[in-house]
Write a protein that binds this ligand. Sequence first.
Ligand code: BES
Ligand code: MN
Ligand code: ZN
Length: 494
Amino acid sequence: MPSRLPALHVTTDGVGDLDVDALVVPVFRGAIEAPGAEQALQALGLDEVPRDARFRGRLGEVLDLAAPGQPWGRVTLVGLGRMDELSGEQLRRAAGSAARHLAPTCRAIATTLVLVQPAVETVRAVAEGVLLGAYRFDDCRPGRDPLEVADVTLVVPSSLVDAADRQLQLARTHAAAQNIARDLVSTPPNLLGPDDIAQRADGLVSAGVEVEVWDEARLIEERCGGILAVGRGSARPPRLVKLHYRPDSPVAKVALVGKGITFDTGGISLKRPSEIMESMKGDMGGAGAVLAVFSALADLDVKVEVVGYLCLAENMIGADAQRPSDVITIRNGTTVEVMNTDAEGRLVMADGLSLAVEDDDVEAVVDVATLTGAAARALGKRASAVFANDDDLLRQVLTASEAAGEAMWHLPLWEELRDNLESEVADIDNIGRGDEAGATIAGLFLREFVDGRPWVHLDIAGPFWQDEDRYHNPRHGTGVAVRTLLRWLEMTGR
Ligand code: BES
Ligand code: MN
Ligand code: ZN
């Protein structure tokens, strides 16, 4: 169940008039005080920010100060980091840290703001940070009280009031969508198999989005050999979900394809050691992100026609599981020798990408997948790897990721590594020889199925999951890529 978001609004009142459980005051690292701090500090009888080893104003640090005799239950200082590094993302992170800290205990929160340019981005970034930080996955603890926070006020200069409503609405829609993806990633795999995602899709997408579910019989009829091969080891059959958003007079048509492995044991090529399986309930993070995007398109009034493909299967080791060295046939007719059943994501994605480019009107394809451990090793937990066969589309997606504050780094599709995919018996092999450049080889594999259409591949294997709380991302499923995709679609439709 999507979590409840606190209400957000703006005010131009002075902080002295705000009756809240906590007044959040952002402060820079270093000697310069951020505007807005002074009045709150004075009210507490302080002439400067109390800085010590615990609180220096480093990004995301929080310090609670008692506020006797004031209308605020407390003043919470939050670090913005260095003034010369200030950006929308710093604001999002600081706001997220404060919200995560206060959400369990405070019902009403207000915050002063430090402006970035363009100023409207200030409201949007802070609102996103607050809404994303005040999230907790509680679906498996129905008896637990929800987070306390219900009402958040941003103290803005009067020049921002008119534009603020729209920015708050954008932030709300993006955060709600990201929270859907987070919920899906964090949901235990026994409760979320391929058909469970298919069943939930209708209730999550915005009104007007068409949802079509292909069951096993249909997948056979449609020759989706990749999804079927991966799904056959599981008692829970695979699915393909097609989503279709059609605005009036669209300016473009694009497709999104998501990897939806609801649990990845590796199949017969079993993952070792078994501890690395724990986060594999989130191996549907790509499909979760794509589904979440479709929850927001109508609200954002996106002018682009968008088709989505969720490639859903559970990679298990049942009696009918595929074997290493099986040869399968993907939707587009390519035969693949499955040399490693743990490289299953590319098999299901091959069907999804093939379907996406069958429609000649689709101008661009973006896929999202927790595809390779290699991407996570190369870039760490912070950034997604981006691969592309088209510079313009690549630039668009990177611009969107920058605006969203979701780090992405372009990696190459080295042409000479394509030879790695040569198979002795089929058109291609699914892992390639040698263990170099695993994320690139996976990208080259996927490229075989896009038929030269402008295409970007996002490998989110690093950031889809976090073991630690970090700024506006509470630990576990992050919902990464949702806001980048939404920003991209908003920009494309303008
Ligand atoms: N789902 C995994 C990739 C993954 C690993 C995502 C860790 C997130 C965190 C994928 O299906 C996989 O197993 N990939 C293999 C490919 C290899 C067998 C060529 C990998 O990365 O080891
Ligand atoms: Mn795998
Ligand atoms: Zn996988």
